[in-house]
Design a protein around this ligand. Structure first.
Ligand code: PLP
Length: 387
């Protein structure tokens, strides 16, 4: 059969796709089939850290293709994954790395690792959390609308009020809790940097009760908040960190970083995935990591983030529709008094792509290579839409 059309009818309707048909990308802009350019402050939902058509990404893909090495089974050794793991270890608290293909997969793996290490079963997550759409990660995700159609979910996963000290103390159990998972800056939950003292308290509770502390940095990690890892700004060192979105530069890749103590509990056969850490994606991820980890690159993220935060604070002061602006680095949320979706549409009509984070928050997660001028343009459009 000849497929003559890629009409949306052929795609499963689990996404409410809107707007233009994108055919190309360059820097921080997406280009539609009619030639219209959109300033992209969604970036594939915090994926395209280097924007579109970045030389480091292109070079890595072409280099890998020239070697002809795209995928080799994890039954054998290949160099790119080994190098990438070494560099992630060298730049973090971790001693070992496991590669997978997405954020949800990374969290599922982290839960299994914590269970095996602790010999306990329960998982504690928090209100506002988003950890993915697979069974255990969905059970740890605080979105009733995502969960309800698929219940019963994995048992033994508790969702506890965020920043509630007494509730965490009550639920994290020496006998039952294997893992406590938290996003140091919540993404889907409305772009919410979590209280640092409470994170330190979680660390204490996990130490005292033999639970693994997992930081989900799928959205806030790898330079997004202005340091390579978000945990670096918290004063807390977790036992496991999960990564995904920007790691493969737009190719699917996830990772779990873990300490030797947890890693020692795992042996061959305990966990696996066919594509994890394949040669092509690991080659690309290594270049992405090296590019983002440059001190000058991260300093620029912090500096652009501060300017964006200041501009959004002015927007808040000027618009009665804005309740709060929150964020860190190049991850910002604008909380409104009403639903955010119409403003997302209005911005798109003016050439700016932003998305929601929960019903009433407009989220900006631009490519980390976005320029000051582009951010000023983004804020000017939001200003027009909101004031
Ligand atoms: N964890 C966080 C913090 C996320 O923001 C997301 C996705 O938005 C996920 C996990 C799930 O990642 P994926 O969609 O790659 O499965």
């Amino acid at each position: 059969m000849t497929v003559t059309s890629t009409a949306p009818e052929a795609l499963l309707g689990v996404y409410a796709r809107v707007g233009p048909l994108f055919v190309a990308g360059e820097g921080s802009e997406l280009i539609a089939d009619d030639g219209t350019r959109y300033l992209d402050c969604v970036a594939g939902i915090a994926v395209n850290a280097l924007g579109y058509n970045h030389p480091a990404f292109r070079g890595a893909v072409i280099g890998a293709l020239e070697k002809g090495l795209v995928h080799v089974s994890n039954l054998y050794r290949t160099e790119p994954g080994e190098r990438l793991a070494e560099e992630l270890v060298a730049r973090s608290f971790a001693d070992r790395v496991f590669f997978c293909n997405s954020g949800a997969e990374a969290n599922e793996a982290a839960f299994k690792f914590a269970r095996k290490w602790s010999r306990k079963t329960e998982i504690v997550a928090f209100t506002g959390a988003f950890h993915g759409r697979l069974f255990a990660s969905l059970a740890a995700t605080d979105r009733p609308d995502y969960r309800a159609p698929f219940e019963p979910l994995v048992p033994g996963v508790h969702i506890v009020p965020l920043e509630d000290w007494a509730a965490a103390d009550r639920i994290i159990s020496a006998n039952r809790t294997a893992a406590v998972i938290v996003e140091p800056v919540q993404g889907e939950g409305g772009v919410r940097p979590v209280d640092l003292e409470w994170l330190a308290f979680l660390r204490e509770l996990c130490d005292a009760r033999g639970a693994a502390l997992v930081f989900d940095e799928v959205q806030c990690g790898l330079g997004r908040t202005g340091t390579l890892f978000a945990y670096e700004q918290t004063g807390v060192v977790p036992d496991l960190v999960t990564l995904a979105k920007p790691l493969g530069g737009g190719l699917p890749m996830g990772a779990v970083l873990l300490t030797e103590a947890v890693a020692a509990a795992l042996k061959p056969g305990d966990h696996a995935t066919t594509f994890g850490g394949g040669a092509l994606v690991a080659t690309v991820a290594l270049d992405v990591l090296r590019t983002i980890a440059e001190p000058g690159f991260l300093a620029a993220v912090r500096e652009k983030g501060e300017a964006l935060g200041a501009a959004l604070a002015r927007l808040r002061a000027a618009s009665p529709k804005v309740v709060a602006v929150r964020g860190r680095g190049l991850m910002w949320g604008i909380e409104l008094v009403e639903p955010a979706a119409p403003y997302v549409t209005a911005a798109r009509d003016r050439g700016l792509l932003v998305c929601t984070a929960g019903a009433q928050v407009i989220r900006l997660v631009p490519p980390l290579v976005v320029t000051r001028e582009e951010l000023e343009r983004a804020v000017a459009i939001l200003d027009e839409v909101l004031t």
